[in-house]
Design a protein around this ligand. Structure first.
Ligand code: GLA
Length: 382
């Protein structure tokens, strides 16, 4: 990939680029809790986005996307989003940098990657963070990783209209080899937890579907949580988000919230507990308990939070029938994308065959399998 970027850059711009990389992410557990200042447990993977970048002594940003085989040019001092266009991620980061007082000037850029789009591995966060890493390196801005993650989140919210949380860009920025990040989305700080899976491995199964309502449903779920907090704060003064409520308060919460809001709040409150339990289990090497938490998380996302879909439910429940699968659940925002599975490495061929046949028989789609290893976060390449 890096050779491809360098060669394309030389061909298009006749200059030597500097190179940056930012990875995609998985999430072990803790779904739809980040925007309620809760806890999540993501990790960076080896797949990601590479950016080649160089100054061009003008105010023009000349960008080439290898994956879309498309050019986009904009003036770094005056630009506006183009709905649904990949260039929003570039303009969005430049806008964030400028707003924070980092004066980006003109640049040439080529980018490309190996994250299947729509798989739920957060290619968009990887793109934003790789652009941030590249721009920061190019102009010598020395921007802290936490700021990069916050700018990437803001950029996605403003330029793409997705009211997302901090998890994806944070994991892309801070990932660490063989570790997952137990991330507190209130303080935006994390603990690096070493992950030793022994003979087990993590495998993603891509449904290859993304249902249309995904983005609007995401924003609606977030708004529902905020509405619950507004109602609950009359009884629990001082709560800022659902993160401030504990399992022991669920009965009371149930009596206060309208019927349609309660299950959503319940998911967020209990999912937070599951993240802590998962942290304890993985620190002890208790993969069986962790697998059970994955299953409970899926069931809650399906039944309480209602962000799953038929394809994800099918994959998860088929996987649970295999004794060598310790855990399986939908991963990320939902309505498509991948399941994440913890299974015996020696059984990979059997599992892939079984799932391929079952999924194809049911939906007429051949699923993709993505093997993941926990890897380093964003960095400049020599
Ligand atoms: C998407 C968002 C994240 C997070 C997850 C659900 O990936 O970008 O911020 O909310 O969904 O856990």
């Amino acid at each position: 990939m890096r050779d491809l970027i360098t060669n394309s850059f030389l061909e298009i711009f006749s200059q030597e680029p500097i190179l940056a990389f930012a990875p995609g992410r998985i999430n072990l557990i803790g779904e739809h809790t980040d925007y309620q200042e809760g806890f999540v447990f993501p990790a960076a993977v080896s797949q990601g986005i590479w950016v080649g970048i160089q100054k061009n002594e003008s105010n023009s940003a000349n960008v080439h996307s290898l994956d879309f085989r498309e050019d986009f040019v904009f003036d770094v001092n005056s630009f506006s989003p183009k709905k649904g266009h990949w260039a929003n991620y570039v303009m969005g980061m430049v806008a964030q940098f400028k707003q924070a007082g980092y004066p980006a000037r003109g640049f040439n850029m080529v980018f490309g990657g190996n994250i299947p789009v729509g798989s739920g591995l957060s290619s968009s966060a990887a793109l934003s963070v790789s652009i941030a890493t590249g721009l920061s390196g190019l102009f010598g801005f020395k921007i802290p990783k936490k700021s990069m993650a916050l700018y990437a989140q803001k950029s996605e919210q403003l330029f793409e209209g997705l009211n997302c949380g901090i998890m994806d860009p944070y994991a892309s920025a801070f990932g660490k080899e063989n570790h997952a990040l137990l991330l507190d989305c209130r303080s935006n700080s994390h603990e690096e937890v070493p992950i030793n899976l022994g003979k087990y491995c993590l495998l993603l199964v891509n449904t290859k579907v993304k249902h249309k309502l995904a983005d609007s449903a995401y924003n609606k779920r977030r708004a529902a949580c905020e509405e619950s907090v507004r109602i609950l704060s009359e009884t629990f003064p001082g709560i800022k988000t659902l993160r401030d409520l504990k399992e022991a308060q669920l009965e009371q919460v149930k009596n206060i919230l309208p019927e349609e809001l309660f299950p959503k709040a319940k998911h967020v409150i209990l999912e937070d507990t599951r993240v802590h339990q998962a942290g304890e289990s993985l620190k002890k090497g208790d993969l069986i308990s962790f697998g059970k938490l994955m299953k409970a998380s899926h069931e809650s996302l399906k039944n309480e939070y209602e962000v799953s879909c038929e394809e994800l439910d099918f994959l998860a429940s088929e996987s649970w029938t295999k004794e060598y699968v310790l855990g399986s659940r939908m991963m990320g925002g939902g309505f498509g994308g991948c399941t994440i599975n913890l299974l015996d490495e020696n059984q990979l061929p059997d599992f892939k065959k079984f799932i391929s046949e079952r999924y194809e028989e049911k939906f007429g789609i051949q699923p993709d399998f993505i093997e993941v290893t926990l890897s380093e976060g964003a960095h400049l390449l020599d």
